[in-house]
Design a protein around this ligand. Sequence first.
Ligand code: AHR
Length: 497
Amino acid sequence: MLESTVVVRPDLRVARVNPRTFGSFVEHMGRCVYTGIYEPGHPSADENGFRQDVLELVRELGVTVVRYPGGNFVSGYRWEDGVGPVDERPRRLDLAWRQLETNEFGLNEFMAWTRAAGVEPMMAVNLGTRGIAEAVDLLEYANHPSGTHLSDLRVSHGAREPHGIRMWCLGNEMDGPWQLGHKTPEEYARLAAETARAMRQFDAGLELVACGSSGREMPTFGTWETTVLEEAYDVVDYVSAHAYYQLVDGDHASFLASSTNMDTFIRDVVATADHVGARLNSSKKITISFDEWNVWYQRELAVPEDWTVAPRLSEEAYTVLDAVVVGSLLITLLQHSDRVTAACQAQLVNTISPIRTEPGGPAWRQSIFYPFAEMARHARGEVIRPTVTAPTMTTAKHGEVPTLDCVATHDADTGTLAVFVVNRHPEEATELRVPLRDFAPAGTVRAVSMHDADRTAANTQEDPDRVRPLPHEATVEDGELRSVLPAASWSMFLIDV
Ligand code: AHR
């Protein structure tokens, strides 16, 4: 049995919890939209074709902001195709995912869906095959009240009120050679800066996200951020970061330590952005929109040969182990709440997702649903980055890493201290001690944990509740939280203080 001590003190405060940390992503990819959030004719669908069973799960998940419409999809997308009378909308080839796009679902449907879900939209513009004119046209269509060609067009399409979309992504993964209209850092930097300037001429208060790197391992990582921010520093608010992780060759230790890579990635982007800020003598701080992250088995991604509507793409069946890793990635995002001010798990339904559906059939929660839902619900108030004393372990991929990862939040309004912990060790349990004297614990603690003797266990249509957080034993005595964390586990402790 290992031993770990986590010191949680009010002066270890990082920032307030950003609600946008608990964002998600709806892309026109596979069945995320069609037969995912939208399925006219489904027994639970409303008059808009929105699946109510899915909407209920989205609310339960606690998602706050949803990025749309892509992803790689957006780099070939013409937003005009997705507005106006549905029967007049063109069918198009979606070159990113080799699927047929019917355009039945577009901007106004998405905005109606966000209102039903109670989430904020984060919209991406196409800077792959398109440019400034199309971006500002979309902005005018979406956000201008009325009295111009494009705003009146929106009104004529039944959306009387402007959508008021505040947060906009200036393209998607433009550093990636797989991207339609892939650009060099210099090409993208100029286009992003000029698009941002034009969009700000419409509304100076927009929140704009410049594309950062599609992963820390990209050959242009660092150079990309520097070049883009040198051009666009004054006109953007965020730089994006994307990262996906997967279990490779059964190496549980490396997989469980994935969040150390995310942590380094965040630190490096912050350092790079601050370096540019210093060179520009700017007092402004750029923050990170980590607007794609998740566990994703990209090795198994097979893009269809035939052009079909809503093919099954990346419909991962997430295991208990995947849920533990997702929990640790969320811990990392929270730990950096001072500089990661938005994040989107990619994606929401069916494709790389916490929610799965069957066409005409049920919707269910995957294993990764639970750490997200619990943390979205209970991470409130101030984020505290505890001091962790724990043994280290050696991993093939990430070198020597601490076996324990932890973040806490303190909600002064409810008097709840929430402690989220992952035991990354693949074989050893650890005895956890959390001295809490500065918080004056009242002695009650509620705890849940996710772990399983069978780490490959997953929820399925037939057995949708196989994997879920289970009550966990913990005590608070003499001002100290004590528990035993099983190997490869994610746990949450809620303490009245
Ligand atoms: O989320 C799936 C894909 O991953 C997105 O379309 C793309 O941006 C990323 O490479």
